[in-house]
Design a protein around this ligand. Sequence first.
Ligand code: FPP
Ligand code: MG
Length: 343
Amino acid sequence: MSLTSSSSIVESTPALELASLLDPVCNEMRLVEKWLESNLIDDSPFVASLLSQIFRAGGKRIRPGLVLLSSRATSPGCGELASRHIVLAVLTELIHTASLIHDDVIDKASLRRGQETVNRKWNDRLAVLVGDLLFAQASICLARLMNPVIVGIYGQVLGDLCSGEIKQMNHQYVCKVDWEAYLHKSICKTASLFAAGCHSGPILNGANDQLIAAMKDYGTNLGICFQIIDDLLDVTGTSTELGKAAGSDLVHGVVTAPAMFVLERQDEPARRLAELIKSRTVSHPDGIAEALAIIRENGGVEATVRLSRDYAQRSLDALCILPSSPFKESLASIVDYLLMRTH
Ligand code: FPP
Ligand code: MG
């Protein structure tokens, strides 16, 4: 497969399974799973069983997979990894899961990864504390790496996650289209952790600055692409497909790419969509159904797919610097995998 041609990222891709893309690092992935199963212990059996339920609920494990693939793709001779790479992959998943548990509190969400959320099954206070507990476990992992540069990178990620959420909150029900603000929020919420995961392994490997920068660039653009597709699926997907409530962004007044493409047209459908959002009619079943129909019927979906492809291509371009290896191939195929979710 060509890693630079845009033809590699469109229609012709056969069905891709994420598990098969992570195959080149399947032994390392097993160690990550084992860590999550056996190290998240707590002296309260209730908390211990809660943590085990959270990780048994699954999740795609795309972030630890990216950590391991980027680590191997940049290790000397693409050789085997050290245990600190496993710890890096684990802590990346811990931070991701913790942030989703907090996000579900903020969104008052009931369903995540096809299961009842912690806030729904128990309550918000417990969910906040369980999220904090996972952040604490991630900090212990971070300390074990004994690398101050990586501590700084992940410290920045934690700040970015919070500031991305705050930016999103401050923009609820706002219909003025600001692409720069949307992009910045997406980088904070999502791409910052992807980028950290993709370039911290190369740092541990002692890779040169150019290689580290390329892997950061890959992770940033892939993360932006991922968030754009997440925003798209909120409009096009069903709750069963997503394992979480569909259509919930607009219901909460969160205006994302599919709606923004319609709003910027400034025509009659755009005016009606803005009215539904500003009046908060979108928070009612009839209002959200009408808003989603306007987005689907006025090119919001197609334009968002094109935007996601643009960032996908940028992430593929960043991989050119890597030597050929199965790990590089998988990093490229993960881009196709994300785009496939738009079909
Ligand atoms: C999901 O996005 C949410 C995130 C990617 C980040 C959430 C971050 C926080 C709540 C802050 C975390 C707190 C600390 C202390 C670091 P989404 O809502 O677009 O996706 P969804 O549809 O899956 O909920
Ligand atoms: Mg959410």
